[in-house]
Design a protein around this ligand. Structure first.
Ligand SMILES: Cc1ncc(COP(=O)(O)O)c(C=O)c1O
Length: 387
């Protein structure tokens, strides 16, 4: 077995119960995250509210610092939020749509991105939705043609959730900046499985969270906002956490915090922060470059095995631009996924395709078992369809 995989498999007891190629939906639960959540409960019981001041505040600071290190940012540039929807809503509430009404998004982005601005038509926001010609990526030319002096923001994705395509976020940020627009990147499918450098990419806002490749589970999203931009954004979706001196509880005067806390409306899910910190510590220990190298190897292996079985995964030509998501177009994706579940193989589906996502803790043998099971499922569906 690969050395890295062998060293870490034992950390994820769920891998003994099923074959799991679904990290792009939800990363595996580690022993570390389990222990961390247990610790959170013990502290809650032992300290009561003083856990806040004595311990939990420090845990939040650790989470900001850890996520910052993973994306080459600084801790004061990181806000902690419950999910991407809320994070986008805070940013969307900071924009002035009078002069620049347009938000550029793509049909490959997770729909919560376009939804955020479709819902803000009343405030004057107008969505410009870019199309994909191959259902894998979106041409940079399409961004270049759509971004203009009416664009407030380009809000798009680092790794697309239904293709695994890695966008050139540096080039997109440059196109946005050349026309005076901001660039927000949803990195939920990227951070953890890829080395990320927000400074090198030059993006303004970068989001990711615990759920998937950071191995931290649901309930926590981290939002990087570039230092120079922080005090230029004045969100109206806000709350007491965003106040400069929040513990003065001053109801008469509201002054926003100077750091990224100004984007946090209220109390975070502390249990989720404990789990996320533990998950991120694993990624940090292995190193995103090593995670990427192993995941890439597994993706190439899976693609080769699918092809050898006569199947046709939808993949980009350039594997350097492809992360840990493999789409297999299928006539009956939900049925195929259900058939695999009966054999204790967990994969996922999205419209028109079965979605497979190996991570560093998977093995080539698991890839083969998944391919075999898909072959059997498709054969039995064919038999059911009849001649
Ligand atoms: C790219 C991407 N963005 C966002 C989300 C989730 O957004 P939220 O945290 O608002 O549920 C997902 C998946 O759940 C995703 O794949």
């Amino acid at each position: 077995m690969n050395e890295l995989t062998a060293a870490w498999r034992g950390e994820f007891p769920g891998l003994e119960q099923s074959i799991y190629l679904n990290t792009c939906s939800l990363g595996q639960l580690s022993r570390r995250s389990m222990k961390a959540m247990q610790r959170f409960m013990e502290l809650w019981q032992r300290y009561g509210a003083s856990a806040w001041y004595e311990l939990w505040w420090g845990e939040l600071a650790d989470a900001r610092a850890r996520f910052a290190r993973l994306i080459n940012a600084q801790p004061h540039e990181i806000a902690i939020l419950p999910n991407v929807g809320v994070a986008l809503s805070v940013i969307a509430s900071s924009l002035d749509y009078a002069e620049r009404p347009e938000i550029v998004v793509t049909e490959m982005d997770f729909p919560t991105l376009p939804y955020q601005w479709m819902a803000r038509g009343r405030e004057g926001a107008q969505v410009r939705l870019l199309h994909s010609t191959d259902r894998i990526g979106v041409d940079l030319d399409a961004f270049a043609a759509a971004i203009n002096t009416h664009t407030a923001l380009v809000a798009t994705t680092h790794v697309f959730f239904t293709s695994g395509w890695i966008q050139d976020i540096a080039a997109i940020a440059e196109l946005a900046h050349n026309r005076g627009a901001l660039c927000l990147v949803d990195g939920y499918q990227a951070a953890g499985q890829l080395p990320v450098d927000v400074k090198a990419a030059g993006v303004d806002i970068y989001l990711s969270g615990g759920l998937k490749w950071l191995l931290g589970g649901p309930g926590v999203v981290f939002m990087y906002v570039r230092e120079e931009l922080i005090d230029r954004l004045e969100p109206t979706t806000t709350g007491w956490f965003a106040a400069k001196e929040m513990f003065k509880f001053n109801p008469v005067r509201f002054e926003r915090a100077d750091d990224a806390r100004r984007f946090e409306p209220g109390t975070p899910a502390v249990a989720a922060v404990y789990a996320a910190n533990a998950g991120m510590s694993i990624i940090e220990e292995i190193g995103p470059a090593a995670v990427r190298a192993r995941t890439r190897e597994l993706v190439a292996d899976l693609a080769a095995r699918l092809r050898a079985a006569g199947l046709a995964p939808r993949l980009p030509q350039d594997m350097d631009r492809h992360a840990g998501i493999v789409m297999l177009p299928a006539a009956q994706p939900a049925q195929t996924v259900a058939a695999l579940k009966d054999r204790r193989i967990i994969v996922d589906h999205r419209p028109g395709a079965v979605r497979l996502s190996p991570y560093f803790y998977n093995t080539e043998a698991e890839n083969q078992a998944v391919v075999d099971a898909i072959g059997d499922a498709l054969a039995s569906q064919g038999a059911e369809d009849g001649p």
